[in-house]
Design a protein around this ligand. Structure first.
Ligand SMILES: Cc1cc2nc3c(=O)[nH]c(=O)nc-3n(C[C@H](O)[C@H](O)[C@H](O)COP(=O)(O)O)c2cc1C
Length: 248
């Protein structure tokens, strides 16, 4: 059986998680960690495989996701690890996730870095994952299923991992578009949005874009000169198409 653990505020990692899980071709369960821990460890038995898949934030695994992945008990099961990034770079994130899986007690058999539309600057890698990404993801998981132990030191990245830079941008509410339904507050993984005033607590917000992804009226968005300026520079520097990188 395959147990797929994923963290996915803006849903692109979820897309990869679902596609890979289906391609594995066995009984499976999807475990969504976006809103915190799930009590699933007792379901894991010898001979099962786990897939741990996470987005990349500032070249690392998001701190909240890393904490949740660390709570899984691998007890000798095989693990496949994968990261999803917005076409800039995944830096040390894949190595970090493989290290976490190994520390959990998994035997890591394969690792892959995949590309998706950047959730903060969606013009970058717009429309990805596309059909080619999905085909590579399916092949990856089929190959990983037959794979023996991976030498983690062959994964791109360095230890100590890079210190993640702070992302100064925060989504805001466009008052005229907001219907005060509160879905953004309910869905925010860190509880950063006040359910009554719908104001964002800048210290709690991790800029994960969950509120943008779930808002039915597109009222949550990035605004301001800093965003527009940063976006132009970011797009100019990161628009060249990158392809998945796989390690067995
Ligand atoms: C706070 C933050 C930091 C990010 N840092 C990076 C990065 O270092 N490199 C990169 O290529 N993409 C980066 N991204 C883009 C995400 O990795 C990408 O949009 C990913 O698909 C998001 O996954 P999700 O849709 O499952 O939430 C960042 C996104 C956020 C929100």
């Amino acid at each position: 059986m395959l147990h797929t653990f994923f963290f996915s505020p803006s849903n692109t990692t979820r897309k990869y998680a679902k596609a890979m899980t289906e391609a594995f071709g066995e009984e499976s369960q999807l475990i969504d960690l976006t809103h915190g821990p799930c009590e699933v460890e007792s379901d894991l038995v010898d001979g099962d495989t786990a897939l741990l898949i996470s987005p990349v934030y500032a070249g690392r695994i998001p701190a909240m996701a890393a904490e949740l992945f660390r709570q899984i008990d691998g007890h000798g099961m095989k693990a496949i690890v994968a990261v999803v990034y917005g076409n800039r770079d995944y830096d040390d994130a894949l190595l970090e996730l493989a290290d976490i899986a190994a520390e959990d007690g998994f035997e890591v058999v394969a690792a892959g870095a995949f590309i998706a539309q950047h959730c903060i600057f969606p013009k970058v890698a717009n429309g990805r994952p596309d059909a080619s990404d999905m085909a590579i993801a399916a092949d990856f998981i089929k190959r990983a299923r037959e794979s023996g132990k991976l030498d983690i030191s062959t994964i791109k990245g360095t230890r100590p991992y890079k210190t993640p830079g702070a992302v100064p941008l925060r989504p805001q509410t466009e008052e005229t578009a907001c219907r005060s339904c509160g879905v953004c507050a309910r869905e925010c993984p860190t509880g950063a949005i006040d359910p009554v005033t719908l104001k964002t607590d800048k210290d709690k917000c991790i800029t994960c874009c969950r509120c943008i992804a779930v808002c039915g009226t597109h009222a949550r968005k990035f605004k301001g000169v800093m965003y527009v300026t940063a976006g132009k520079i970011f797009c100019a520097q990161n628009s060249k198409r990158r392809e998945p990188e796989l390690f067995f």
